[in-house]
Structure formats: structure tokens, C-alpha cells
Design a protein around this ligand. Sequence first.
Ligand code: NAD
Length: 237
Amino acid sequence: MIALVTGASRGIGAAIARQLAAQGHTVLAHCCRNRERAEQLAAEIGGAVYVADMGSTAEIDRMAEEILRTYGGVDILVNNAGIALEGLYQSVSDGDARRLFAVNIEGAMHCTKRLLPAMIAKHYGRIINISSVWGEVGAACEVHYSATKAAIIGFTKALAKEVAPSGITVNCVAPGVIDTDMNRIYDAETMAQLAAETPVGRIGTPEEVADAVCFFAGKNAGFITAQVLGINGGFGI
Ligand code: NAD
């Protein structure tokens, strides 16, 4: 199977790419700026690298056209790329807010739109979107981020209903606090506090999120769609 993982150069995306490759899938590792790291990953797992800014529909179009030309489409699409933004709601600039929505939700929706017709033609597809616990419960000082991640949940559920008759499942994972570069915005004290607030007593690993994504991506998950699975150690519920 052909799997496209967006934002695969590091963190959760890299873990998903590695795990899908270990399961025998051909992984197309998408990246934006970290081409070198994506190339290293592709060399390690035997996949190919695609570069596009998920905030640009033109760049997504170009990437999708290349993938369609080379592979005829993808069987598994993991919309993982995302950015975070911290700050009081009223202090976030209009430009930063637009960029966040462009990358986190419009990018995922547009990428899906371009690759969906080939899935429909094959009558098979697994789409997995990455939301966040903040998309479920909301976070102060991350209002825009929470809104984009809530939108991912709405997108997942609605599209799942629309494409279910075409043999395509659409699910979503909502990670809690995971040990990646995204959380370097927090100092050590905040990270310790977040771990203490997590009932299992620690933050999660990218591999634990990847396990859940691979479950949804599997052939045997065909009767599971429109679901939101929390990978959060009990945090935020
Ligand atoms: P990360 O910052 O390590 O990785 C984000 C990835 O997205 C990177 O590969 C980056 O290159 C890519 N990306 C960012 N902007 C892009 C753009 N404009 N175009 C293309 N790619 C772009 O963070 P991560 O923790 O691995 O995040 C992966 C996903 O998991 C994100 O959607 C994030 O919102 C979500 N998430 C993370 C956590 C966490 O605690 N780390 C929690 C909940 C949800």
C-alpha cells in the first residue's frame, strides 16, 4: 500500500512513517522545510520525499499531481502536519491566525480533496487526521490552535459519512501531551506539571500515537470510521 504522511520529517509524523514502513507500506514522507531530515528518514525506511508548504494550496496541488502521476494515488493518507501558537486570544495577529488555520485545517482538507478521487476510484482508502486533546476540551492561551483541532474533528466526522459508501474510512487521533519539538515552547517546569496532570504520570511518546494511527490505517479497521481516539494517558478528560 502507498501511504502519504504529512509533516513526516520529525516528531509524531516521523514515528508514523517508520511504523507504516515497518508494516510493509511504501511511505511518501512529506516535509516543508526539513528536507534533509525527511531525506534521511526516506533513506532509512525506503520511501520517497515530497516537499510542500501545507499553508499553500498551490504547493499541495503540485505535490498531489506528482503523487498521482507516479503512484496513481495513495491508499493511506495521514494528515499530521501542524503548527502550534501560544498567546492570549486578543493578542494573536490576524496574519498568525490565518496561517494557523491555513496549515492546520485548510491544508489537511485540501490535501485530502486532491487525493480523494483516486481513493474513490479504487473503492479503498484510509484517512487519519491528527487532532489534539485541545480540540476536544479547549486550552486557554491556545484558542486558535484549539479551534483548528476542533475543526479537524468536524472534518473527520462529516467526511467519514460522505465517503463511507466508497470504501473509505476517516478517523482521527487526539493526542494529549507528547514528547516532540512542538512542546519545546514549554519550559521544564511546565512539562513536569503537564506530566503530573496526566493520570498515567508521564507524557506520551510519538510511537504511542503512531500505534493508534497504524491501527486505523490497517485493512482490518474497515468497520471503524468517524471516530476520535484520545491518546492522552487520561489527560484532559
Ligand atoms: P512537530 O512540530 O515536531 O512536527 C510538526 C510537523 O509538521 C513537522 O514535521 C513540520 O515540518 C510540519 N509542518 C509544520 N508546518 C508545516 C507547513 N506549513 N507545511 C508542511 N509541514 C509543516 O510536532 P508534533 O508534535 O510531531 O506534531 C504533529 C501533529 O500532532 C500536529 O498536527 C500537532 O498539532 C499534533 N499534536 C501534537 C501534540 C504534542 O503534544 N506534541 C499534541 C496534540 C496534537
